[in-house]
Ligand binder design. Structure first.
Ligand code: ADP
Ligand code: MG
Length: 339
Protein backbone atom coordinates (compact mmCIF):
# COMPACT_ATOMS: atom_id res chain seq x y z
CA UNK A 1 0.00 0.00 0.00
CA UNK A 2 1.34 3.43 -0.90
CA UNK A 3 2.13 5.57 2.11
CA UNK A 4 3.40 8.75 0.50
CA UNK A 5 0.85 11.58 0.45
CA UNK A 6 0.98 14.74 -1.61
CA UNK A 7 0.08 17.50 0.83
CA UNK A 8 -2.72 19.96 0.12
CA UNK A 9 -1.90 23.65 -0.24
CA UNK A 10 -3.32 24.57 3.17
CA UNK A 11 -0.94 22.16 4.87
CA UNK A 12 1.96 23.28 2.69
CA UNK A 13 1.32 26.90 3.66
CA UNK A 14 1.19 26.03 7.33
CA UNK A 15 4.52 24.27 7.08
CA UNK A 16 6.01 27.27 5.30
CA UNK A 17 4.54 29.53 7.98
CA UNK A 18 6.57 27.60 10.52
CA UNK A 19 9.72 28.90 8.88
CA UNK A 20 8.69 32.52 8.45
CA UNK A 21 6.18 33.17 11.21
CA UNK A 22 7.55 32.26 14.58
CA UNK A 23 6.00 35.00 16.68
CA UNK A 24 4.25 38.38 16.40
CA UNK A 25 7.57 40.13 15.74
CA UNK A 26 8.15 37.96 12.66
CA UNK A 27 4.74 39.01 11.28
CA UNK A 28 5.56 42.66 11.92
CA UNK A 29 8.95 42.24 10.23
CA UNK A 30 7.40 40.82 7.06
CA UNK A 31 4.63 43.43 6.91
CA UNK A 32 6.97 46.36 7.51
CA UNK A 33 9.43 45.04 4.94
CA UNK A 34 6.59 44.95 2.44
CA UNK A 35 5.75 48.56 3.31
CA UNK A 36 9.37 49.59 2.82
CA UNK A 37 9.50 47.76 -0.51
CA UNK A 38 6.34 49.68 -1.49
CA UNK A 39 8.33 52.93 -0.99
CA UNK A 40 6.34 54.12 2.01
CA UNK A 41 7.63 57.24 3.75
CA UNK A 42 5.51 56.72 6.88
CA UNK A 43 4.78 53.38 8.56
CA UNK A 44 2.67 52.86 11.66
CA UNK A 45 2.72 49.59 13.60
CA UNK A 46 0.08 49.00 16.21
CA UNK A 47 -0.21 45.88 18.38
CA UNK A 48 -2.44 44.65 21.15
CA UNK A 49 -1.70 41.92 23.69
CA UNK A 50 1.85 41.43 22.48
CA UNK A 51 0.58 41.18 18.91
CA UNK A 52 -1.35 37.98 19.54
CA UNK A 53 -4.82 39.52 19.25
CA UNK A 54 -3.98 42.34 16.82
CA UNK A 55 -1.19 43.59 14.59
CA UNK A 56 -1.94 46.53 12.33
CA UNK A 57 0.63 47.90 9.88
CA UNK A 58 -0.34 50.99 7.91
CA UNK A 59 1.78 52.48 5.15
CA UNK A 60 1.49 55.26 2.60
CA UNK A 61 3.25 53.27 -0.12
CA UNK A 62 2.24 52.20 -3.60
CA UNK A 63 -0.81 50.15 -2.64
CA UNK A 64 -1.76 46.89 -4.37
CA UNK A 65 -3.56 46.79 -7.71
CA UNK A 66 -7.05 45.34 -7.53
CA UNK A 67 -6.23 42.44 -9.86
CA UNK A 68 -3.12 41.57 -7.84
CA UNK A 69 -4.89 41.16 -4.52
CA UNK A 70 -5.87 37.48 -4.88
CA UNK A 71 -2.34 36.73 -6.13
CA UNK A 72 -0.63 38.46 -3.21
CA UNK A 73 -1.89 35.76 -0.84
CA UNK A 74 -0.75 32.86 -2.98
CA UNK A 75 2.43 31.07 -2.10
CA UNK A 76 5.49 31.97 -4.21
CA UNK A 77 3.77 35.01 -5.65
CA UNK A 78 5.81 38.17 -5.72
CA UNK A 79 6.12 41.36 -7.73
CA UNK A 80 9.79 41.65 -6.79
CA UNK A 81 11.53 39.01 -8.86
CA UNK A 82 10.69 37.19 -12.08
CA UNK A 83 13.39 34.63 -12.69
CA UNK A 84 16.10 32.82 -10.75
CA UNK A 85 18.66 35.25 -12.22
CA UNK A 86 17.01 38.04 -10.25
CA UNK A 87 17.99 36.24 -7.04
CA UNK A 88 21.55 37.41 -7.55
CA UNK A 89 20.69 41.10 -7.67
CA UNK A 90 17.98 41.51 -5.07
CA UNK A 91 17.35 45.14 -4.25
CA UNK A 92 14.11 44.69 -2.29
CA UNK A 93 13.76 43.35 1.24
CA UNK A 94 11.27 40.69 0.15
CA UNK A 95 11.52 38.33 -2.81
CA UNK A 96 10.34 34.90 -1.66
CA UNK A 97 6.64 35.61 -2.05
CA UNK A 98 5.89 33.63 1.08
CA UNK A 99 5.02 36.07 3.82
CA UNK A 100 1.41 36.91 3.07
CA UNK A 101 0.41 33.34 2.28
CA UNK A 102 2.16 32.10 5.42
CA UNK A 103 0.60 34.73 7.66
CA UNK A 104 -2.85 34.19 6.17
CA UNK A 105 -2.63 30.47 6.89
CA UNK A 106 -2.11 30.98 10.64
CA UNK A 107 -4.17 34.13 11.35
CA UNK A 108 -7.18 36.16 10.24
CA UNK A 109 -5.95 38.81 7.83
CA UNK A 110 -7.69 41.95 6.63
CA UNK A 111 -6.17 44.06 3.86
CA UNK A 112 -7.23 47.56 2.89
CA UNK A 113 -5.32 49.06 0.01
CA UNK A 114 -5.47 51.73 -2.67
CA UNK A 115 -3.05 52.72 -5.41
CA UNK A 116 -2.54 56.36 -6.39
CA UNK A 117 -4.32 55.91 -9.72
CA UNK A 118 -7.44 54.20 -8.33
CA UNK A 119 -10.32 56.28 -7.01
CA UNK A 120 -11.53 53.72 -4.51
CA UNK A 121 -9.72 51.17 -2.43
CA UNK A 122 -10.31 47.50 -1.80
CA UNK A 123 -10.94 45.66 1.41
CA UNK A 124 -10.20 41.97 1.48
CA UNK A 125 -10.34 39.41 4.28
CA UNK A 126 -8.57 36.08 4.30
CA UNK A 127 -9.07 33.40 6.91
CA UNK A 128 -7.46 29.99 7.06
CA UNK A 129 -5.90 30.85 3.71
CA UNK A 130 -9.32 31.45 2.09
CA UNK A 131 -10.70 34.77 0.89
CA UNK A 132 -13.95 35.64 2.67
CA UNK A 133 -14.56 39.30 1.74
CA UNK A 134 -13.63 41.42 -1.28
CA UNK A 135 -15.29 44.83 -1.55
CA UNK A 136 -14.66 48.42 -2.58
CA UNK A 137 -14.05 50.95 0.19
CA UNK A 138 -13.01 54.56 0.50
CA UNK A 139 -9.49 54.82 1.95
CA UNK A 140 -6.29 56.82 1.60
CA UNK A 141 -3.50 55.70 -0.73
CA UNK A 142 -1.30 52.94 0.64
CA UNK A 143 -1.90 49.71 2.47
CA UNK A 144 -3.17 48.61 5.86
CA UNK A 145 -2.70 45.00 6.93
CA UNK A 146 -4.51 43.78 10.01
CA UNK A 147 -3.57 40.42 11.46
CA UNK A 148 -5.88 39.09 14.16
CA UNK A 149 -5.61 36.07 16.46
CA UNK A 150 -2.23 34.84 15.41
CA UNK A 151 -1.91 31.04 15.56
CA UNK A 152 -5.65 30.67 16.28
CA UNK A 153 -5.58 27.44 14.26
CA UNK A 154 -2.15 26.22 15.35
CA UNK A 155 -2.43 25.98 19.15
CA UNK A 156 0.93 24.24 19.45
CA UNK A 157 2.61 27.35 18.07
CA UNK A 158 0.62 29.66 20.26
CA UNK A 159 1.73 27.77 23.33
CA UNK A 160 5.36 28.57 22.58
CA UNK A 161 4.82 32.32 22.72
CA UNK A 162 6.14 34.15 25.74
CA UNK A 163 4.20 36.66 27.83
CA UNK A 164 2.49 39.55 26.01
CA UNK A 165 5.02 41.92 27.52
CA UNK A 166 7.97 39.90 26.22
CA UNK A 167 6.44 39.54 22.76
CA UNK A 168 5.74 43.30 22.68
CA UNK A 169 9.38 43.82 23.66
CA UNK A 170 10.53 41.83 20.63
CA UNK A 171 8.34 43.98 18.40
CA UNK A 172 9.72 47.12 20.02
CA UNK A 173 13.33 46.01 19.38
CA UNK A 174 12.46 45.16 15.81
CA UNK A 175 10.90 48.58 15.11
CA UNK A 176 13.95 50.26 16.64
CA UNK A 177 16.16 48.43 14.18
CA UNK A 178 13.86 49.04 11.25
CA UNK A 179 13.85 52.75 12.10
CA UNK A 180 17.67 52.77 12.24
CA UNK A 181 17.84 50.85 8.97
CA UNK A 182 15.69 53.41 7.15
CA UNK A 183 16.28 56.93 8.49
CA UNK A 184 14.27 58.34 5.58
CA UNK A 185 11.07 56.69 6.80
CA UNK A 186 8.96 57.95 9.71
CA UNK A 187 8.11 55.04 12.02
CA UNK A 188 5.46 54.96 14.67
CA UNK A 189 4.94 52.10 17.12
CA UNK A 190 1.86 51.89 19.33
CA UNK A 191 1.55 49.14 21.93
CA UNK A 192 -1.84 48.73 23.65
CA UNK A 193 -2.76 52.30 22.61
CA UNK A 194 0.43 53.72 24.04
CA UNK A 195 2.90 55.54 21.81
CA UNK A 196 6.27 53.84 22.14
CA UNK A 197 8.40 54.97 19.22
CA UNK A 198 8.05 57.86 16.80
CA UNK A 199 10.86 58.80 14.44
CA UNK A 200 10.84 61.81 12.16
CA UNK A 201 12.00 60.23 8.92
CA UNK A 202 14.34 63.19 8.34
CA UNK A 203 17.31 61.09 7.17
CA UNK A 204 19.31 61.85 10.32
CA UNK A 205 20.61 58.59 11.77
CA UNK A 206 21.85 60.43 14.84
CA UNK A 207 18.34 61.74 15.59
CA UNK A 208 17.02 58.19 15.54
CA UNK A 209 19.78 56.99 17.84
CA UNK A 210 18.86 59.82 20.22
CA UNK A 211 15.20 58.97 19.94
CA UNK A 212 15.75 55.30 20.73
CA UNK A 213 18.80 55.14 22.98
CA UNK A 214 18.69 58.55 24.64
CA UNK A 215 21.17 61.24 25.54
CA UNK A 216 24.00 59.25 27.14
CA UNK A 217 24.57 57.09 24.09
CA UNK A 218 24.17 59.96 21.65
CA UNK A 219 26.71 62.08 23.53
CA UNK A 220 29.33 59.35 23.14
CA UNK A 221 29.31 58.55 19.45
CA UNK A 222 32.02 58.67 16.84
CA UNK A 223 31.00 59.21 13.24
CA UNK A 224 32.39 56.79 10.66
CA UNK A 225 32.44 57.18 6.91
CA UNK A 226 34.70 55.44 4.46
CA UNK A 227 34.73 53.88 1.03
CA UNK A 228 36.59 50.91 -0.33
CA UNK A 229 36.72 50.00 -4.00
CA UNK A 230 33.27 48.41 -4.02
CA UNK A 231 31.57 49.33 -0.74
CA UNK A 232 30.84 52.20 1.59
CA UNK A 233 30.38 52.34 5.34
CA UNK A 234 28.71 55.23 7.16
CA UNK A 235 27.10 55.78 10.53
CA UNK A 236 28.12 55.82 14.17
CA UNK A 237 30.03 53.75 16.66
CA UNK A 238 30.05 54.18 20.42
CA UNK A 239 33.04 55.28 22.45
CA UNK A 240 34.35 52.38 24.53
CA UNK A 241 32.92 53.81 27.73
CA UNK A 242 29.35 53.04 26.62
CA UNK A 243 30.04 49.38 25.93
CA UNK A 244 27.87 46.88 27.74
CA UNK A 245 27.57 43.26 28.82
CA UNK A 246 25.80 41.86 25.74
CA UNK A 247 25.63 42.29 21.99
CA UNK A 248 22.21 43.96 21.94
CA UNK A 249 23.72 47.31 20.90
CA UNK A 250 25.63 45.95 17.92
CA UNK A 251 23.50 47.13 15.01
CA UNK A 252 24.55 47.17 11.39
CA UNK A 253 22.65 47.30 8.15
CA UNK A 254 23.50 46.22 4.65
CA UNK A 255 21.71 47.98 1.83
CA UNK A 256 18.98 48.94 4.30
CA UNK A 257 18.58 45.43 5.70
CA UNK A 258 19.16 44.53 9.35
CA UNK A 259 21.15 41.32 9.40
CA UNK A 260 23.45 39.27 11.56
CA UNK A 261 26.82 38.42 10.10
CA UNK A 262 29.64 36.58 11.86
CA UNK A 263 32.14 38.37 9.58
CA UNK A 264 30.94 41.83 10.62
CA UNK A 265 30.50 40.97 14.29
CA UNK A 266 34.05 39.67 14.36
CA UNK A 267 35.41 42.76 12.59
CA UNK A 268 33.66 45.01 15.12
CA UNK A 269 34.83 43.09 18.14
CA UNK A 270 38.40 42.72 16.91
CA UNK A 271 38.54 46.46 16.24
CA UNK A 272 37.43 47.20 19.81
CA UNK A 273 39.91 44.76 21.31
CA UNK A 274 42.10 46.52 23.89
CA UNK A 275 39.59 49.37 23.95
CA UNK A 276 36.94 47.50 25.92
CA UNK A 277 37.23 44.90 28.64
CA UNK A 278 36.59 41.24 27.84
CA UNK A 279 32.89 40.35 27.71
CA UNK A 280 32.00 43.95 26.98
CA UNK A 281 30.42 44.78 23.65
CA UNK A 282 30.28 48.13 21.87
CA UNK A 283 27.44 50.23 20.53
CA UNK A 284 27.35 50.41 16.75
CA UNK A 285 24.80 51.64 14.21
CA UNK A 286 26.27 51.83 10.76
CA UNK A 287 25.20 51.21 7.20
CA UNK A 288 27.12 49.30 4.57
CA UNK A 289 26.24 49.93 0.97
CA UNK A 290 27.41 47.57 -1.71
CA UNK A 291 26.38 46.35 -5.10
CA UNK A 292 23.57 43.81 -4.70
CA UNK A 293 25.57 41.31 -6.76
CA UNK A 294 28.24 41.18 -4.04
CA UNK A 295 26.02 39.41 -1.56
CA UNK A 296 23.48 36.64 -1.39
CA UNK A 297 20.47 37.16 0.89
CA UNK A 298 18.77 33.96 -0.21
CA UNK A 299 20.33 31.92 2.58
CA UNK A 300 17.52 31.54 5.06
CA UNK A 301 13.72 32.12 4.97
CA UNK A 302 13.94 34.94 7.51
CA UNK A 303 16.59 36.70 5.41
CA UNK A 304 18.61 37.54 8.51
CA UNK A 305 21.75 35.96 7.12
CA UNK A 306 23.77 36.93 4.08
CA UNK A 307 26.73 35.48 2.25
CA UNK A 308 29.37 37.83 0.93
CA UNK A 309 31.29 37.31 -2.28
CA UNK A 310 34.06 39.41 -0.83
CA UNK A 311 33.97 38.66 2.85
CA UNK A 312 37.57 39.75 3.38
CA UNK A 313 36.89 43.20 1.93
CA UNK A 314 33.85 43.58 4.20
CA UNK A 315 35.91 42.53 7.19
CA UNK A 316 38.78 44.88 6.42
CA UNK A 317 36.54 47.85 5.70
CA UNK A 318 34.64 47.47 8.98
CA UNK A 319 37.71 46.65 11.04
CA UNK A 320 39.89 49.48 9.73
CA UNK A 321 37.16 52.08 9.83
CA UNK A 322 36.35 51.37 13.45
CA UNK A 323 39.96 50.94 14.52
CA UNK A 324 40.96 54.27 13.02
CA UNK A 325 37.99 56.06 14.51
CA UNK A 326 38.89 54.71 17.94
CA UNK A 327 42.60 55.42 17.63
CA UNK A 328 42.09 58.84 16.13
CA UNK A 329 40.40 60.10 19.26
CA UNK A 330 43.22 58.89 21.47
CA UNK A 331 40.90 57.08 23.82
CA UNK A 332 43.48 54.76 25.31
CA UNK A 333 44.76 56.08 28.63
CA UNK A 334 48.30 57.22 27.89
CA UNK A 335 50.14 55.07 30.40
CA UNK A 336 53.06 54.23 28.13
CA UNK A 337 54.08 57.87 27.67
CA UNK A 338 54.50 58.45 31.37
CA UNK A 339 56.80 55.53 32.10
P1 ADP B 1 7.39 39.27 -1.17
O1 ADP B 1 7.53 40.46 -0.26
O2 ADP B 1 8.50 38.29 -0.97
O3 ADP B 1 7.19 39.66 -2.60
P2 ADP B 1 4.90 38.81 0.23
O4 ADP B 1 4.10 37.59 0.44
O5 ADP B 1 5.44 39.50 1.45
O6 ADP B 1 6.07 38.45 -0.75
O7 ADP B 1 4.02 39.85 -0.57
C1 ADP B 1 3.46 39.47 -1.83
C2 ADP B 1 3.26 40.67 -2.74
O8 ADP B 1 2.21 41.50 -2.22
C3 ADP B 1 4.46 41.59 -2.84
O9 ADP B 1 5.39 41.15 -3.83
C4 ADP B 1 3.81 42.92 -3.22
O10 ADP B 1 3.59 43.01 -4.61
C5 ADP B 1 2.46 42.86 -2.53
N1 ADP B 1 2.45 43.61 -1.25
C6 ADP B 1 2.48 43.09 -0.01
N2 ADP B 1 2.44 44.06 0.93
C7 ADP B 1 2.39 45.24 0.28
C8 ADP B 1 2.33 46.62 0.69
N3 ADP B 1 2.32 46.97 1.99
N4 ADP B 1 2.28 47.56 -0.28
C9 ADP B 1 2.27 47.21 -1.60
N5 ADP B 1 2.34 45.94 -2.04
C10 ADP B 1 2.39 44.95 -1.13
MG1 MG C 1 7.36 40.40 1.77
Amino acid sequence: MATINVLDSETINKIAAGEVVERPASVVKELVENAIDAHATAITVEIKDGGTSLIRVTDNGSGIEKDDIPLAFLRHSTSKIRTADDLYVIASLGFRGEALSSIASVAQVELVTKTASDLTGIRCCVEGGKQTVLEEVGCPGGTTMIVRNLFYNTPARRKFLKSDMTEAGYVNDLIMRLALSHPEISFKFINNRQNKIHTAGNMQLKDIIYNIYGRDITANLLEVNRRSSTMEISGYIGKPLISRGNRAYENYFINGRYIKSPVITKAIEEAYKNFVMVHKYPFTAFHLQMDTSLMDVNVHPTKMEVRFNQGEEVYQLVYRTIREALEGRNLIPDVTLES
